[in-house]
Ligand binder design. Structure first.
Ligand code: GAL
Length: 134
């Protein structure tokens, strides 16, 4: 997927969060939000897939260390709709990350044990309208 927004040199501490508001494109195949140290070291790749990589209406979550993907976790309770506006709030501490969606929360372990978020990016069929760091 093509990179959209990329933010570097952040210093978000445990207990902090990132809120992203945006629009899922009407013909979206998939999009992703990434948080971590840099593009090769991700605490979380949060990847709703409408129809890509053989997945339909599935959220794939993964980590990435030195460029190598970890083990995927899949969630098939899929709250996204093509063409909709959406808000995603990612908070973290040294143990885990929480992804807050409208009616749902997804928890993913902080496998890399990173102690700050320095990097945030988006990929794919998603247009960022607002991004907020706390
Ligand atoms: C791959 C895909 C990557 C990423 C990864 C997550 O198949 O090419 O973009 O989503 O899965 O495990």
């Amino acid at each position: 997927m093509e990179h959209g927004l990329e933010v570097t040199h952040l210093n978000i501490q445990p207990g902090g969060s990132i809120k992203v508001r945006g629009k899922i494109l009407p013909d979206a195949k998939g999009f992703a939000l990434n948080v971590g140290k840099d593009s090769s070291n991700l605490m979380l790749h949060f990847n709703p897939r409408f129809d890509c990589h053989g997945d339909v209406n599935t959220i794939v979550c993964n980590s990435r260390e030195d460029g190598a993907w970890g083990a995927e976790e899949r969630e098939t309770d899929f709250p996204f709709q093509q063409g909709d506006k959406t808000e995603i709030c990612i908070s973290f501490d040294t143990a885990e990350l929480k992804v807050g969606l409208a009616d749902k929360e997804i928890v993913f372990p902080n496998r890399l044990s990173l102690e700050k978020i320095e990097y945030v990016s988006t990929e794919g069929d998603f247009e960022v309208k607002v991004i907020k760091f706390n």
